[in-house]
Design a protein around this ligand. Structure first.
Ligand code: ADP
Ligand code: MG
Length: 595
């Protein structure tokens, strides 16, 4: 087949496919245009998940009559004054309106500020109509109907109306987070409406995030603020216990532009690596401000990827700022876990505290006597389940310590949890999780400073292993020694453990060494030696920690509480579970209907 030049119409449709993937991408482009136009109010209406209608109206500067044909023509833009390496607007490619016009029925109606009338232009499947007078008091209104009618192949890839509608909501939420001063109103027959009033002032960003992300996030996130060599980072990072099973709770912005950039997402993951299980994902909203010349946004037509000139700087900024913020924030744990528990306790709906077969008096058939009897037996059965395992050991604690953040130890229950009284509530500590975290933090500190104290085994412990496991461990003997574990080869399939980290106490050296061999086998995945050693330390901590089920003396309990308070990152165990939860007196009072 001979080579032929594609018709302009065909070129436009091919290009349109890159910019306009689905209705949400249209909304993104149109809302970005409105933001670039200086709008203070942006209204979005959709129908049929955006496939039948998208209408975006703004009160921005508008488009002059003679510019209308250019606005819908490909490669025409009013935004590229400073060149490609100094982009200060969200748009710059001059492609979006042309792409939408090629794939749908597009009407642009606009009134330029100061002009004495409004004008409109229509494009249907790439055919541009005449400029016509229109009625509009201010700004621009873009209407898109029958998206993809001209490119039916694309139409087949649309998901359900609901899925497309919710993708649109997500796009609007992302853009709204970065622009709290603008009012966003999203409505339509295919959705529940979203109305975000514009907010200004110092706390505008936090207020907008609260409106968009919900109160839960605001209550379970800490503020991040850092700067390094001309790059600034601000935003909020969710507590490690406030994690999610996917990364949908991560919102990243570069100079006000929502991005889904691998480098940034990777940095976020690394910042939490130490605080969270591998299959959990942090929730965070981070805004990076950087000189436009230091970042290339022209990587992909959708502008969701960016390239930093100095990616190490940005990565370091994110990891450093988040880690420091958590280390400095002191003991805090997610409030949602506690409130969920309270919901479980509260006598509302079907009360979970009662045995499931319990019925209110008068329910169903049967005589009165039978009902009373039945209840008594069932109630007794419920106690029978609860009583035998209850083992509450009271502790007389120093009353002074009640004023400490984690309070005074009052009791150990089920040989697993330490209950403490605080000034305004009570704290329940998972002793194993807490101790594991403390040991881990101590190991890390030791590793960074003087080395980890070791204790010599009287008789070396010979551990049989698979030959490559043994080889792997002896290759790393020097790194392990820095963590307090001294071992040497003992024939082809064994190692001799001579010293162990003393803070772990008496441990099963065989189990530890086998576990570490497994960790080291995975080392290719971790990126730096430091990360690797931290992973080793984390495994070690697990071995040396006070197991659930060990009885603690009163002074051990108090010491545990005080050390949690004094240790950075101690609110979560190495697997991202909380090490303690707190119930406020007010919550307890609510349980008893006192409030
Ligand atoms: P880009 O945003 O990359 O410039 P678009 O195709 O999205 O390309 O828009 C083309 C041009 O149309 C813009 O450069 C701008 O001048 C104008 N325009 C589009 N939407 C609006 C709007 N809502 N308000 C004012 N001008 C607009
Ligand atoms: Mg644009």
């Amino acid at each position: 087949m001979p080579i032929r030049r594609l018709s302009e119409d065909m070129v436009n449709r091919i290009a349109a496919g890159e910019v306009v993937e689905r209705p949400a991408s249209v909304v993104k482009e149109l809302v970005e245009n409105a933001i670039d136009a200086g709008a203070t109010r942006i209204e979005i209406v959709t129908a049929g998940g955006g496939a039948s209608l998208i209408r975006v109206s703004d009160d921005g500067g508008g488009i002059g009559r003679d510019d209308l044909p250019l606005a819908v023509e490909r490669h025409c833009t009013s935004k590229l004054d400073g060149g490609l390496d100094d982009i200060r607007s969200l748009g710059f490619r001059g492609e979006a309106l042309a792409a939408v016009g090629a794939a749908a029925r597009l009407t642009v109606t606009s009134r330029r500020t100061g002009a004495d009338g409004a004008w409109s232009i229509t494009v249907e499947g790439g055919r541009v109509g005449p400029i016509e007078p229109a009625a509009l008091s201010q700004g621009t209104r873009i209407e898109v109907r029958d998206l993809f009618f001209a490119t039916p192949a694309r139409l087949k890839f649309l998901r359900s109306e609901r899925a497309e509608a919710s993708a649109i909501t997500d796009v609007v939420r992302r853009l709204a987070m970065a622009h709290p001063e603008i009012r966003f109103a999203l409505s339509g027959s295919d959705r529940t409406a979203l109305d975000l009033p514009g907010v200004t002032g110092e706390d505008a960003r936090r207020a907008r995030l609260g409106d968009v992300m919900g109160r839960d996030f605001r209550d379970n996130a800490i503020a991040i603020e850092a700067a390094r060599e001309g790059a600034r980072l601000a935003g909020f990072a969710g507590l490690p216990t406030f994690s999610r099973a996917n990364s949908l709770g991560q919102f990243l912005f570069v100079n006000g532009r929502p991005v889904r950039d691998k480098l940034l997402l990777g940095a976020l993951r690394a910042a939490y690596a130490d605080l969270m299980k591998r299959d959990r994902h942090p929730v965070a909203v981070l805004f990076i401000e950087i000189e436009p010349r230091e970042v290339d946004v022209n990587v992909h037509p959708t502008k969701a990827d960016v390239r930093f000139r100095d990616s190490g700087l940005v990565r370091g900024l994110i990891i450093g700022a988040i880690r420091e913020a958590f280390a400095a924030s002191g003991p805090r744990t997610s409030s949602t876990a506690a409130s969920a528990t309270i919901e479980a306790f509260r006598p509302a709906g079907r009360p979970p505290m009662r045995p499931p077969s319990w019925r209110p008096a008068g329910y169903g058939g049967g005589g009165a006597a039978a009902r009373v009897m039945g209840f008594a037996e069932e109630a007794q059965a419920a106690f029978d389940i609860a009583m035998p395992s209850a083992d509450v050991r009271a502790v007389s604690s120093d009353p002074e310590t009640v004023s400490q953040p984690l309070g005074a130890a009052m009791a150990q229950v089920h040989d697993t949890y330490v209950v403490a009284q605080t000034a305004d509530g009570l704290v329940i500590v998972d002793q194993h999780a807490a101790h594991e975290r403390l040991v881990y933090e101590r190991l890390k500190r030791g590793m960074e400073t003087t080395g980890v104290a070791r204790q010599i085994l009287l008789i070396p412990d010979i551990v049989d292993l698979a030959p490559d496991d043994a080889a792997r461990l002896t290759e790393r003997a020097e790194d392990l020694a820095a963590l307090g574990l001294v071992l040497e080869p003992f024939g082809p399939g064994a190692v001799a453990v001579r010293e162990t980290p003393s803070m772990l106490g008496p441990i099963d050296a065989g189990a530890l060494v086998r576990d570490l061999a497994e960790e080291i086998a995975e080392w290719e995945r971790a990126d730096t030696l430091r990360d690797r050693l931290e992973a080793v330390a984390s495994r070690m901590a697990c071995h040396g920690s006070v197991r659930a089920g060990r009885r603690l003396k009163p002074e051990e309990m108090d010491a545990l509480l005080r050390e949690i308070e004094a240790t950075p990152n101690a609110s979560e165990c190495n697997h991202g579970r909380p090490t303690f939860i707190e119930l406020k007196l007010a919550d307890i009072e609510r349980l008893f209907g006192r409030r």
